[in-house]
Design a protein around this ligand. Structure first.
Ligand code: MRU
Length: 370
């Protein structure tokens, strides 16, 4: 994706000793790049949401494991890797991409004997995780584009209105985004698309991040308060909902940013198609009942009690609630499969059920010879 006409990924290798990330905390008001040189710094960057979003934190975990090897000694590399793996996995609990990337690195690293070999392997694997994320999102864009094209044709070229929640965009992945990839592809093809952007309280990833990146790409969009979607759907002002996912069970339960479930309910009540765009790195192949098994991050209540923004050029936070009111901050919710029209994956659009998901990814069937 281009920022001020220059192409950026959200994370990249800067040198043998460091990785660079786009520091999302200051967007949309400041575009800042952060240099990360240890796995401890990477775990902190994930925990404190300098970098966030399922695919981006998966890639960050991959590079975090590389940094752990790169700063290690021959004698201590295995224990450093163990520490790095648990610190990175613990930094955010919900997006499965994080543990997927760490486990993938650990598996690959078992092939290396010397420190030099391990360093080579960890770098190759980190780059592969990032490159595969880019390619998966690009393909999601192609499959999702077919859906948008169909709606546009049915509407005889009238604008296609798509509602999205949170930021499942370029910033949440390494490039393209999942929910936004079809939107960018449609816009680039000349289809008239307009996006309703849920602000996504409490951290406002929609208002701050999705709105900013759609603007960078020139996609018409309107930011709405989180509670607006149902009203728009009742009035025929939404053609399609496309959201992302942080963890989808092999049975099709979709864990995503808090508020997604309410959009799915409203979509069902109004016959609006509700799609989830996700790479297979966000599928939890071991999880069956998303409602009981999906880890739901609970963050600091102050994220709900305060809002943060730019005041006279300065970042400041302001208190919204009575000083002493406690707040609960559940980060994610789970949308059950019967409310999901389809999953847009890198292997095509599949129904949210085990049979369809495993048909698209047969190598994940139990007992499948790798
Ligand atoms: O808490 P965040 O901002 O890391 O939330 C995760 C997400 O980006 C969203 O839930 C998104 O819709 C999932 S797809 C990356």
């Amino acid at each position: 994706m281009k920022v001020n006409n220059e192409h950026y990924r959200t994370i990249w290798l800067d040198s043998d000793e460091a990785v660079k990330i786009i520091d999302q905390r200051w967007l949309p008001h400041r575009f800042e790049i952060e240099r990360v040189s240890t796995h401890v710094e990477m775990a902190a960057a994930i925990r404190e949401m300098h970098i966030r979003g399922a695919g981006a934190i998966g890639a960050a975990a991959g590079f975090g494991m590389y940094l752990a090897v790169a700063s290690s000694f021959e004698s201590s590399v295995d224990s450093t890797l163990e520490q790095a793996a648990s610190a990175l996995k613990a930094s955010r609990p919900t997006a499965v991409n994080l543990e997927w990337a760490v486990e993938r690195q650990l598996r690959a690293l078992r092939q290396g004997d010397t420190l030099a070999e391990k360093k080579r392997i960890a770098l190759r694997e980190a780059q592969a995780i990032a490159d595969e994320d880019v390619e998966a999102c690009r393909r999601i864009g192609e499959y999702g584009l077919d859906l948008i094209r169909e709606v546009s044709t049915a509407k005889q070229g009238e604008p296609v209105h798509i509602l999205t929640h949170c930021n499942a965009g370029w910033l949440a992945f390494v490039d393209y985004g999942s929910a936004t990839a079809p939107i960018y592809a449609a816009h680039d093809e000349g289809i008239d698309v307009h996006v309703w952007v849920d602000e996504t309280r409490p951290r406002n990833q929609g208002a701050r991040l999705t709105a900013w990146e759609l603007g960078q790409h020139g996609v018409p969009h309107t930011v709405i308060a989180d509670n607006t979607g149902g009203h728009l759907m009742q009035r025929g002002m939404v053609d399609l909902v496309i959201v992302g996912s942080d963890r989808t069970s092999v049975t099709g339960f979709v864990t995503n940013k808090i508020g997604t479930y309410l959009k799915a309910l409203a979509a069902r009540d109004n016959d609006v198609p509700f799609y989830v765009a996700l790479p297979s790195s966000s599928i939890d192949w071991a999880m069956r009942d998303g409602l009981t098994e999906s880890p739901i991050e609970q963050r600091d209540g102050d994220e709900v009690r305060y809002a943060q923004g730019l005041i006279d050029g300065d970042f400041q936070r302001v208190l919204l609630t009575p000083q002493d009111s406690p707040a609960a901050n559940y980060g994610f919710d789970v949308t059950p499969p019967h409310l999901v029209t389809g999953l847009i994956t890198e292997r095509g659009i599949v129904e949210a059920n085990e049979e369809d998901i495993l048909n698209a990814f047969p190598e994940k069937r139990r007992g499948h010879a790798a």
